[in-house]
Design a protein around this ligand. Structure first.
Ligand SMILES: NC(=O)c1ccc[n+]([C@@H]2O[C@H](COP(=O)([O-])OP(=O)(O)OC[C@H]3O[C@@H](n4cnc5c(N)ncnc54)[C@H](O)[C@@H]3O)[C@@H](O)[C@H]2O)c1
Length: 290
């Protein structure tokens, strides 16, 4: 017996690390899968590795793109039962005082607008078909629960995922549609990193292991397992939840964190130094991914 036999899942960001690991996991447990991603060629190549799957290239922050992803899912497999609402970017690294409004708009459009549009199109399809369903939204432990430095757009969108999830869970509960959020910590992926910098980035990610209570870096498969649980009937009484998958990262207060981050010390910095170009360069934290 498989948990997802006869069911269809739409995985957004399906050509990325966590999306692909989850698509594979759902397929292993019997689901038919649609991988929707800006990277349509890659989504198609990955889908070809699964028994019952298709890839589709769409911009999910565009209303037509989001509607197309849901329509193709239904036309190809006859319905939609599961949505993993995962597509996202990390956005630019800049403290709030330096953030360009165009960069703000880009990260909000990608991480929040796309999530709303795909959630709405999926919920409408499930309601019209009188089908119960499960929706899992992608949040973040460090950006949606805690706060990262120099990533105000990313942090704002990942905090908003929690609000959207709880609100949608309440609106959709009467239709038998459950909506939950997962909040991973550092996961070994190259989120937002160009291919050229991939290996250096992954090495940096691995170096965070001793700052995580469970002393390991999360893997995309760890996230996939949690999504599979929330999407399955095993979680039939779970809705509106936020599930941390972070090895205990967010349990640490400043007092017992092994390597407390160094923040800019403006109160100790004379005004003229702060106003000088590059006045506080070198004191900012490099934000962790996720
Ligand atoms: N990697 C981590 O440490 C971590 C931690 C917490 C949360 N997350 C979240 O997990 C999700 C997946 O991240 P990942 O690490 O697998 O990164 P990834 O870059 O491998 O995957 C993201 C995918 O989303 C796609 N995408 C981006 N914008 C899109 C759009 N407008 N329309 C369609 N597709 C779009 C990208 O093409 C990419 O394939 C993101 O939402 C991220 O914020 C990641």
């Amino acid at each position: 017996m498989t948990r997802f036999g006869g069911r269809t899942a739409l995985v957004t960001g399906g050509a990325g690390s966590i999306g692909w690991a989850t698509a594979e996991r759902l397929a292993q447990e019997g689901a038919r899968v649609v991988l929707a991603d800006l990277e349509g060629d890659r989504a198609n190549r990955l889908a070809a590795r699964l028994p019952r799957a298709v890839g589709i290239g769409v911009d999910l922050a565009d209303e037509d793109g989001a509607a197309t992803a849901v329509r193709v899912t239904i036309e190809t497999f006859g319905g939609i039962d599961i949505l993993f609402n995962n597509a996202g970017i990390s956005g630019p690294v800049a403290p709030v005082q330096d953030l360009d409004p165009a960069d703000w708009d880009h990260v909000v459009r990608t991480n929040l607008r796309s999530m709303f549009l795909v959630l709405r199109a999926t919920a409408r399809a499930m309601i019209a078909a009188q089908r119960p369903g499960a929706i899992v939204n992608m949040g973040s432990s460090m950006a949606g629960w805690d706060v990262l430095t120099a990533s105000p757009g990313y942090v704002a969108t990942k905090h908003a995922v929690v609000g959207l999830t709880r609100s949608a869970a309440l609106d959709l509960a009467g239709y038998g549609i459950r909506v939950n959020a997962i909040c991973p910590g550092v996961i070994e992926t190259a989120l937002g990193v160009p291919a050229a910098g991939r290996e250096a980035h992954l090495a940096a990610v691995r170096s965070f292991a001793d700052r995580i209570p469970l002393r390991r870096i999360g893997q995309p498969e760890d996230v996939a397992a949690a999504v599979a649980f929330l999407a399955s009937d095993d979680a039939r009484h779970v809705t509106g939840a936020e599930w941390l998958i972070d090895g205990g990262q967010t349990l640490q207060s400043w007092a017992n964190a092994p390597a407390a981050p160094a923040f800019p010390r403006h109160r100790d910095t004379p005004q003229q130094d702060r106003d000088a170009p590059g006045g506080d360069e070198g004191t900012r934290n490099d934000p962790m991914p996720g």
